[in-house]
Design a protein around this ligand. Structure first.
Ligand SMILES: NC(=O)c1ccc[n+]([C@@H]2O[C@H](COP(=O)([O-])OP(=O)(O)OC[C@H]3O[C@@H](n4cnc5c(N)ncnc54)[C@H](OP(=O)(O)O)[C@@H]3O)[C@@H](O)[C@H]2O)c1
Length: 216
């Protein structure tokens, strides 16, 4: 099985890459600037999900390679301060929403040839049902990518491609912070079990890493 993970150079993406590599899967990890050192079993490819030239280069590099599982993991959280600039809004949506769409389009034929599947890492903060306030840019971008994933799931079903949307937990990464609930290992293990359970019968699902079904 070949797995491609965006934003695999650190955080949850890196843990997923390491877990799949340890299971002997072929792992393609994407990075923006710097390949992490001493990671065995991961083939690296450059991708800035906001950059169309970068997408075109990735498409060329992977021509003819089947992808069984695409994990759209790259994301940003820019709501740290109370000032939210237009640039921050644009960057948040460019990475968390448009970046996911462009990645799927870039790799569509690679996934199609494997009758593969797609996992989108959103967040429980993207739920419209639970809307406690705050983090406007992040919450609305994760809601948008949840909506995108569900609509693409409806369209891709006819091609035999399932798409699931996932919450990885509150995870100890640069984004989640040291005080978060769970380790990257626990998150990755749970997510991998969810991805294995994804097929056309539950395409469009919105689930947490631990199997909990989340409200849209
Ligand atoms: N941690 C949590 O508690 C939590 C909770 C819910 C959802 N999530 C979601 O889980 C995913 C992974 O989060 P994380 O905690 O592992 O975050 P992280 O540690 O901050 O890592 C983010 C990853 O995304 C990459 N990235 C950012 N902008 C990019 C771009 N323009 N093009 C390509 N890659 C880009 C980063 O690459 P660089 O190193 O180049 O910046 C990095 O590899 C994100 O989608 C996040 O929203 C996380």
């Amino acid at each position: 099985m070949t797995v491609l993970i965006t934003g695999a150079n650190r955080g949850i993406g890196l843990a997923l890459a390491q877990h799949y590599a340890a299971r002997g899967q072929t792992v393609l990890g994407t990075y923006r600037d710097k390949i992490p050192e001493a990671i065995n079993g991961v083939e690296w490819a450059a991708l800035d999900v906001t950059d169309t030239a970068s997408h075109a280069a990735l498409a060329r590099q992977l021509t003819g390679r089947s992808i069984d599982l695409l994990i759209c993991n790259a994301g940003v959280y820019l709501d740290r301060s109370h000032t939210r600039t237009q640039e921050q809004w644009q960057q948040t949506f460019a990475v968390n929403v448009t970046g996911v769409y462009l990645t799927i389009e870039t790799l569509r034929s690679n996934i199609k040839s494997a009758r593969g599947k797609i996992a989108i890492i959103s967040s429980n903060m993207g739920s419209d049902t639970s809307a406690p306030g705050g983090s406007y840019m992040y919450r609305s971008s994760k809601a948008a990518v949840l909506n995108l994933g569900r609509n693409m799931a409806a369209d891709f079903k006819q091609h035999g491609i399932a798409i699931g949307i996932y919450h990885p937990g509150w995870v100890q990464t640069d984004m989640g912070g040291a005080g978060a609930d769970i380790s990257v290992q626990e998150s990755a293990k749970g997510l991998i079990a969810r991805f294995e359970a994804l097929d056309l019968s539950n395409t469009g699902c919105f689930e947490s890493y631990d199997g909990e079904k989340l409200a849209y």
